[in-house]
Ligand binder design. Sequence first.
Ligand code: AMP
Ligand code: MG
Length: 349
Amino acid sequence: MIQRWGRWAGVVVMVSGLLVLMVRWYVAPEPPGVRVTTRLLMGTLVAISTWGGDEHQATRAVGLAFEEMARIEALMSRFRPQSAVSLLNGAKRGEERPIPEELALLLVKGVELGRLSGGAFDIGLAPLSDLWGFSREPPPVAPPVRESIASWLTEHASLNGLGIAIQSTPEFRVKLSNASVGLDLGGSAKGYAVDRAMEVLRREGVVNALINAGGDMLIMGSKGETPWHVGLRDPRDPSGVVAILDRVGPLALSTSGDYERFFWADGVRYHHILDPKTGYPARSGLISVSIQAMDSMTADALSTAVFVLGEQAGLELLQHFPGSEALLIRENGEHVKTPGFVGRWSKTP
Ligand code: AMP
Ligand code: MG
């Protein structure tokens, strides 16, 4: 089985021919009865699998679930000029702007996690993300000049907190404090979209489904008699699987790693998860963080936050989120997991 996964592990998704994304979770080759539909959304290949039920009903439900994810992308992507996020990012700093309630609720959770993580999770670091340009095409091949990172750090440090003020009455309004703040929801919006997509499937009568959106996976029900069977990719061996999970939902799993979007320069691996304290890709001693939680948005945001914080502070952060569990891979290749994490090792740690 692991060898069969190995073939899947080699899958590389090419978006517009340039952006290379490595798949983090593998779903085992399916038995009869599982329908899999894929679509490119939110910068990744999203696969929705359903099992059982009426085929027409499931096909319709999956179509609507993809539509829901596309709607959220149109609202929350900072790369869509007309998205609510882009309009806010383009607004004058210090000025309050109305925003849709749905976006405001995501921001409230993001700001709260920013506070709990001591600023390690920062939904306002878009200007820093732009300096690094991991979402650019062609992707970057060298780090930004030190001076531009230093001036971002100085301006960001002058803020009170994250520099994102949210007001809820009489309508949701947001104010971004200075030019070092701009919304980048890349660390949590995909998880949110996955939650919403699963909600659509449930509403449309689907009982058994698995959504795999790059690093974010959400499971509902089973494959009849059998649980869903998935593997976590070995970050340093594209043909390997670190952990195996046989699970019946509900369960959310998200992985953040330094191997998803990165480049090498002068022997250093520069990746897309940034430490707002240094302005550089996080070097916390971890190369992969998987989080298990009850909803995908929480798992998504926590995997990014724990990656930045590192093992000790990361596991302390999880104490604030009952039911959350972690599987961590250290720089030296050692694997650790909290007692409640659902997977079993596929090889000796
Ligand atoms: P993920 O793959 O879920 O860990 O999210 C990584 C994405 O989150 C990046 O591509 C950025 O868009 C964004 N991001 C990077 N660093 C941070 C951070 N420290 N806090 C919040 N979001 C971040
Ligand atoms: Mg994340």
